[in-house]
Design a protein around this ligand. Structure first.
Ligand SMILES: Cc1ncc(C[n+]2csc(CCOP(=O)(O)OP(=O)(O)O)c2C)c(N)n1
Ligand SMILES: [Mg+2]
Length: 331
C-alpha cells in the first residue's frame, strides 16, 4: 500500500469516525429515532476488506451496524444520513432507518436487524453469481455472536459444498450486546469454527488497516479464483455500547477499554505516517477540521432540509404489489 493510499484510508476512517459521532449527537437531539448502532473503534475492518475487493462490483451485506460499510461501497453519505433522519431523500426513502441501509446501485445489499440473517442471503447472492458465471464475489460482514446462530452453520456448509464465491468476515469485538464472548461461545477464535465445513480461514488484527488489507487481499483472491468460500476473522472492539440503549457499557472493565483505546485504528495509521515523515500533525488537524465542516455543511444540512415522506404514502414499499413502480408503472 503506497503513501497516497494510506492517507486516503486515514481520511476515510476519520470521516467514518466523525460521521458516526455526529449520528450520536443527532440522536441525542432527537433528529434520529429508533435503533442506532455505531461503528467507532471498528473502522479498519470495513475499510480494509472493501478496499481489497471491488466496491460497486462485488456485493456486500451486513447486519445493523451498517452505515460505514454502505458508504465505503459508494453510497452517498448525504442519502445515508437522510435515511437516518427518516426523510424522503434517504437511500430507502426514509422507510428503512439505521438498520436497513440499502443501495442496490453500489451493490450494498443491506443492512439487516436479524442477527445471522445475512449468512444465507450472502450465500444466495453467491449462488446467483455462480449461475450467471460472473467474476463478482459476495461479502458478508457479521459480528462474533452471530456465529452462534444456526444460519451460520447451515449457510457455511452449503457454501462449501457448492463452492460458492462468498467471503464471510467476522468482526470479533468480543461482545454480543452485553455478553462477553467467553460467557456465550465455546470457541473464542472464530476462524477455527469453519474447519468443520472444510472452509479455509485466517485471523487478523482488525485495528491495523494494513494488516486487515493484506489478509483481505488473500481472502478475496481465494474466493474470486473459484476456490469457494473463505472466512476472515478480525479482532476488534467497539468504543460505545451495543446501541444507543447502552451508550455507557457497565459490563466491561475500564482497563479493557483503555487497552483497546491505545490500539485505535485511526491513531495506528496516523502514527505510522507521522513516524515515516509522510504526514504532519498540522496536516492531520486540517484534515479533521475539513471533515467535520463537510459533515456539518454538506451531510447534516442536506438531511435537515430534505422533505419528509408523504403520510398518504405510508404503505408504499411495504408490499411490492402495492407499488405501481414494481409492476412497471410510474415511479
Ligand atoms: C435473531 C435475533 N436474535 C436476537 C437479536 C437481538 N440482538 C441484537 S444484536 C445482538 C448481539 C449481536 O452481537 P454480534 O453479532 O457480536 O454483533 P455486534 O453487535 O457486536 O457488532 C442480539 C442478540 C436479534 N436482533 N436477532
Ligand atoms: Mg460482537
Amino acid at each position: 500500500m503506497n503513501t497516497a493510499d494510506k492517507k486516503r484510508l486515514l481520511h476515510e476512517m476519520l470521516y467514518a469516525r466523525r460521521y458516526e459521532e455526529r449520528c450520536y449527537e443527532a440522536y441525542v437531539e432527537r433528529k434520529i429515532g429508533g435503533f442506532l448502532h455505531l461503528y467507532p473503534g471498528q473502522e479498519a475492518c470495513a475499510h480494509g476488506v472493501i478496499e481489497a475487493a471491488r466496491p460497486g462490483h462485488d456485493y456486500v451485506i451486513t447486519g445493523y451496524r451498517d452505515h460505514v460499510h454502505a458508504i465505503k461501497c459508494g453510497a452517498d453519505p448525504k442519502r445515508v444520513m437522510a435515511e437516518l433522519f427518516a426523510k424522503e431523500s434517504g437511500c430507502c426513502k426514509g422507510r428503512g432507518g439505521s438498520m436497513h441501509i440499502f443501495d442496490v446501485e453500489h451493490r450494498f445489499m443491506g443492512g439487516y436487524a436479524l442477527v445471522g440473517g445475512p449468512f444465507p442471503l450472502a450465500a444466495g447472492i453467491a449462488k446467483g453469481i455462480q449461475l450467471k458465471g460472473g467474476d463478482e464475489i459476495s461479502i458478508c460482514f457479521l459480528g462474533d455472536a452471530a456465529n452462534n446462530q444456526g444460519t451460520f452453520h447451515e449457510s457455511l456448509n452449503m457454501a462449501s459444498v457448492w463452492k460458492l464465491p462468498v467471503l464471510y468476515v467476522t468482526e470479533n469485538n468480543l461482545y454480543g450486546i452485553g455478553t462477553s464472548i467467553d460467557r456465550s461461545t465455546a470457541v473464542r477464535d472464530q476462524h477455527k469454527r469453519v474447519e468443520a465445513y472444510n472452509i479455509p480461514s485466517a485471523q487478523a488484527d482488525g485495528q491495523d488497516i494494513e494488516k486487515v488489507y493484506a489478509a483481505a487481499v488473500t481472502a478475496v483472491e481465494h474466493v474470486r479464483s473459484g476456490k469457494g468460500p473463505y472466512l476472515l476473522e478480525l479482532m476488534t472492539y467497539r468504543y460505545r455500547g451495543h446501541s444507543m440503549s447502552d451508550h455507557t457499557p457497565s459490563y466491561r472493565t475500564k482497563e479493557e477499554e483503555k487497552e483497546w483505546g491505545r490500539r485505535d485504528p485511526i491513531i495506528i495509521i496516523k502514527d505510522r505516517l507521522l513516524a515515516a515523515g509522510e504526514l504532519s500533525e498540522e496536516e492531520y488537524q486540517k484534515m479533521d477540521q475539513g471533515i467535520m465542516a463537510e459533515i456539518e455543511n454538506d451531510v447534516i444540512a442536506y438531511s435537515e432540509a430534505a422533505p419528509e415522506p408523504d403520510v398518504a404514502e405510508l404503505e408504499r414499499y411495504v408490499l411490492a404489489e402495492n407499488d405501481p413502480w414494481v409492476k412497471g408503472g410510474a415511479a
